[in-house]
Design a binder for this molecule. Structure first.
Ligand code: NAD
Length: 363
C-alpha cells in the first residue's frame, strides 16, 4: 500500500485497535474505551479533525509526560451549584466526561449548575459533552479555550492571538435534539491537520499569511512537513482566521476570557509555555424541569425548530439543516458504509499500534 491510498474500516474494528493503543500505554480499560469511542464517534460524526488522526499525538504527549493516565477532576472550589475543577492534565476525553457527569449531577440537584474545568488534556469534539447533558434532559453551553495554543489571528490582525476556542450548545428537544458545536476559527486546527494529510481541503481564505494575503495551504500554518509524521503549528508563519469577521473574533476573545482566564487554566497566550495544549471549559447546565417550563419548552422549541427547518431550501437535495443534523446524517452513513481514512493517517496509526504490540485489523 502506498501512503496515499485511502483505506476503509468499520468503526468497531477501529475502536478496538485504538482502545488497545491506550491500554498499551497505561490507561485502564474504562479510560482507554472512553478515549477510543470519543475519537471514533468524532469520525462517525464527520469531524475527522477530532477523530483518530489525534492518536499518535496523544501517545507522544503521554510519553513526554504532558498528559497523564488515570486522572480524575480535582475539586478546587465547591459552591454547590458551581464548581471549579482541575483535570490535572488527565486524558481529556475521559476526565472531561467525568466533569460533565459532575455538572449534570449538580444541575439535577439545583436546577442549574456552572462548572469551570481547567487543565484537561485535549478533550476532542465539544458537542460530545453537550450530547452527554442532553441525554439527561439538560440544556448546556460550553465555552472552551486551548491554553498554550496560539493559532488564530483576531479580526483586523495578522499575528496569532487566539486558540481555536470552540463553543457548543445542546438543546434537548425530544426527537429533534439540536447541537451547535464549532471552533471560533474559520476552521478547526484539526481540519488543517487533515488537509495536510491529504484529506478534505480547506475553504478559500481559511488562513492568513504574515503579509495579510489569504491562503488555504496548510503550509501557512505548519511550514515544511513530511508526508507522514508530526505537524508543528509553531513552524508556520501564518495563522488561521477567526470566523464571522469582528463578531466571531469577539466570541473567540470571550471563550479565552471565560474558559482560560476565569478558570485560571490560562489563555492561548502570551505567557503559556507548556509543551502541549490543555483545554479549559466553562460549562453551564440548565434543567427545564426545575425551571417549570419543560412542557412549553418542548412544544414551543419543537414547533419553532420545525418552522425554521421548513424555510424553502436553496438546494432541495440538502435541505435546511439544524445544528447537529449534519453529524447525525454522517453517523448513519459511516456506520453503514465504514470509515475512510487517508493512507498516511492509517499508516501513522498502524505504526503506532505495531510499535506498542497492538493487533492491527485487516482493512
Ligand atoms: P464546523 O465548521 O463543521 O461546524 C459544525 C457545526 O455546524 C455543527 O453544529 C453542525 O451541526 C453545523 N452544521 C454543519 N453543516 C451544517 C449545515 N449545512 N447547516 C446547518 N448547520 C450545519 O465545525 P468546526 O468549527 O470545524 O469544529 C469541528 C469540531 O472541532 C467541533 O466538534 C469542535 O468542538 C472541535 N474543536 C475542538 C477543540 C478542542 O480544543 N477540543 C478546538 C476547536 C474545535
Amino acid at each position: 500500500m502506498t501512503s496515499e491510498s485511502a483505506i476503509s474500516i468499520q468503526a468497531p474494528a477501529l475502536e478496538a485497535m485504538i482502545r488497545g493503543i491506550f491500554e498499551a500505554i497505561g490507561c485502564d480499560r474504562d479510560e482507554a474505551q472512553t478515549v477510543a469511542s470519543h475519537l471514533v464517534e468524532s469520525n462517525l460524526a464527520g469531524h475527522d479533525s477530532h477523530g483518530v488522526v489525534r492518536v499518535p499525538r496523544y501517545v507522544e504527549w503521554h510519553r513526554e509526560g504532558y498528559i497523564v493516565a488515570g486522572r480524575t477532576p480535582e475539586v478546587v472550589t465547591d459552591g454547590g451549584a458551581f464548581m471549579l475543577l482541575d483535570a490535572q492534565r488527565g486524558f481529556g476525553q475521559a476526565v472531561t466526561k467525568k466533569a460533565v457527569a459532575m455538572g449534570i449531577d449538580r444541575a439535577r440537584q439545583h436546577g442549574a449548575a456552572v462548572v469551570a474545568l481547567r487543565n484537561t488534556g485535549h478533550c476532542g469534539r465539544i458537542g460530545t459533552y453537550a450530547e452527554q447533558a442532553m441525554a439527561e434532559g439538560l440544556l448546556s453551553i460550553h465555552f472552551v479555550n486551548v491554553a498554550g495554543s496560539v493559532l488564530v489571528a483576531p479580526y483586523g490582525g495578522v499575528d496569532r492571538r487566539f486558540s481555536t476556542a470552540p463553543i457548543a450548545i445542546g438543546v434537548p428537544l425530544k426527537d429533534r435534539p439540536v447541537v451547535l458545536d464549532f471552533a471560533t476559527s474559520l476552521v478547526a486546527e484539526g481540519k488543517v491537520l487533515v488537509a495536510s494529510n491529504g484529506g478534505k481541503g480547506l475553504p478559500d481564505g481559511a488562513l492568513i499569511e504574515p503579509d495579510g494575503s489569504l491562503s488555504n495551504d496548510p503550509h501557512t500554518l505548519y511550514g515544511d512537513y513530511p508526508p507522514v509524521g508530526p505537524r508543528i503549528p509553531g513552524n508556520g508563519l501564518g495563522a488561521i482566521r477567526a470566523f464571522g469577521e469582528h463578531k466571531g473574533s469577539g466570541l473567540a476573545l470571550m471563550c479565552e476570557l471565560l474558559a482560560g482566564a476565569f478558570t485560571a487554566g490560562g489563555c492561548a497566550g502570551p505567557t503559556a509555555t507548556r509543551g502541549c495544549i490543555t483545554n479549559g471549559l466553562l460549562s453551564i447546565y440548565l434543567s427545564p424541569a426545575h425551571f417549570g417550563t419543560d412542557a412549553e419548552f418542548q412544544r414551543m422549541g419543537r414547533e419553532y425548530v420545525d418552522w425554521v427547518a421548513a424555510s424553502r431550501p436553496i438546494d432541495p437535495a440538502v435541505g435546511v439543516l439544524m445544528p447537529g443534523e449534519a453529524e447525525a446524517r454522517n453517523r448513519t452513513a459511516r456506520l453503514r458504509d465504514g470509515l475512510i481514512l487517508p493512507g498516511n493517517i492509517w499508516e501513522d496509526l498502524r505504526r503506532t499500534a505495531t510499535t506498542l504490540g497492538v493487533p492491527v485489523p485487516a482493512v
